[in-house]
Design a protein around this ligand. Structure first.
Ligand SMILES: *Cc1c(COP(=O)(O)O)cnc(C)c1O
Length: 401
């Protein structure tokens, strides 16, 4: 038996359609496949591998903790979880942390907490959750219902109720829905999966004000934007808006699965003993790696480096566009960048991704019209240059037919 792409179709549930290329090792922002072909990684495992592959600090943390203790469950606490929680509290608005294993689970905790907070404080009529169209919050049934894409949430039977969707960057559409029965407004401080859409300043501040007027909690889903991705430790810091609850996952573990929900003491107290939980949440191995990743990213020179790399990547993409005229816009913040296809290339983002793969570059899409780049936050400048050269060759093959 050989572990190849064909085997996938025989033994895996068909909900994914992975590339034919199967990477077997990685170092920094380079990856090698089964045939020892080398690839440059502008995908970062979907904004997860914030320090690239096999960063020595993370490998050491994993090895060290791997020889101490792996798992206890929450019947006991553990040192790595306590240390990581303390660091999250010391470096954000938050006073309390709940650990989960993924972005969706962190959001699930946030939504359940918001509902319980509203029930305890105001009664059961205050249960409405407002989210935004094109938003993405994960694939559990509650989070996919809160997400703003029917294609992901329909076809699974009756949905959790009292969830509605407003237009992102449109305060009037939020005003039309929000009331004293709204328990929480959930938003990404830069929509990722939905197309790399930044909020306007006016919108970000207006959402906070409307939440305050109606005693609704503001939940920031920073699963994709958190831990340095936008050039700030968390994106809320760059917006000048403080949420009541924040969720973080993806880059938090630098490639080891972990998520967290952060909030204040006053809100957190509503998740009383026994109201919520997870067997793996706060697992020592995950928290030890996440602590090392967090310490490494939470550094002024690393965060400045993200802003510098943003300029390199964006200007490189602009140059390619001057030559080939394929994009209507290059947008996003930090190393969460979207190249929007112009009218001549509508619906063909996946073709660009495939062509880039042929040239030895891993990238992502965000919908049918946007090519998304979320490389390591410390990707070497020469890898950015080489990745752009490969992308240019891919663009040329498509433009020249
Ligand atoms: C990826 C993502 C999620 C889901 O995270 P999982 O770890 O896949 O459950 C939730 N919200 C946002 C904004 C994301 O980008």
């Amino acid at each position: 038996m050989s572990a190849n792409r064909e085997l996938f179709d025989h033994v895996m549930v068909p909900n994914y359609s992975p590339s034919a290329v199967i990477p077997v090792r990685g170092k920094g922002s380079r990856v090698w496949d089964q045939n020892n072909n080398e690839l440059i990684d502008f995908a970062g495992g979907i904004a997860v591998s914030c320090l690239g592959h096999c960063h020595p600090t993370l490998v050491n943390a994993l090895k060290e903790q791997g020889e101490k203790i792996w798992h206890l469950s929450n019947v006991m606490t553990n040192e790595p979880a306590l240390r990581l929680a303390k660091k999250l509290v010391d470096n954000t608005f938050a006073e309390k942390v709940y650990f989960a294993n993924s972005g969706a689970e962190s959001n699930e905790a946030a939504l359940k907490l918001a509902r319980r907070w509203a029930l305890d404080n105001y009664g059961e009529q205050k249960s409405q959750i407002i989210a935004f169209k094109q938003g993405f919050h994960g694939r559990t049934f509650f989070t996919v219902t809160v997400g703003g894409q029917a294609a992901y949430s329909d076809g699974f039977g009756p949905k959790p109720g009292d969830v509605v969707h407003a237009e992102y960057n449109d305060l009037d559409s939020l005003k039309a829905l929000i009331s004293d029965n709204t328990c929480a407004v959930v938003m990404e401080p830069l929509q990722g999966e939905g197309g790399i859409v930044s909020p306007t300043d006016e919108f970000a501040k207006g959402v906070r004000e409307l939440c305050d007027q109606h005693n609704a909690l503001l939940i920031y889903d920073e699963v994709q934007t958190g831990v340095g991705r936008t050039g700030e430790l968390y994106a809320y810091m760059g917006l000048g808006v403080t949420p009541d609850i924040l969720t973080t996952a993806k880059a938090l573990g630098g490639g080891f699965p972990i998520g967290a929900m952060l909030t204040t003491t006053d809100i957190a107290k509503h998740l009383k003993i026994g109201t919520h939980g997870s067997t793996y949440g706060g697992n020592p191995l995950a928290c030890a790696v996440a602590e090392a990743a967090f310490d490494t990213v939470n550094d002024e020179s690393v965060l400045q480096g993200v802003k510098h790399r943003e300029q390199l990547l964006k200007s490189g993409l602009e140059k390619i566009n001057e030559k080939y005229q394929v994009f209507s816009q290059i947008r996003g913040k930090g190393l969460l960048i979207g190249a929007v296809l112009n009218d001549n290339y509508q619906g063909r983002a996946k073709e660009f991704l495939n062509a880039a793969m042929v040239q030895g570059l891993m990238s992502l899409v965000a919908g049918a019209n946007i090519i998304r780049f979320t490389p390591s936050l410390v990707i070497p400048e020469e890898d950015i240059a080489e990745g752009l050269a490969r992308f240019e060759r891919a663009v040329a093959t498509i433009v020249n037919g």
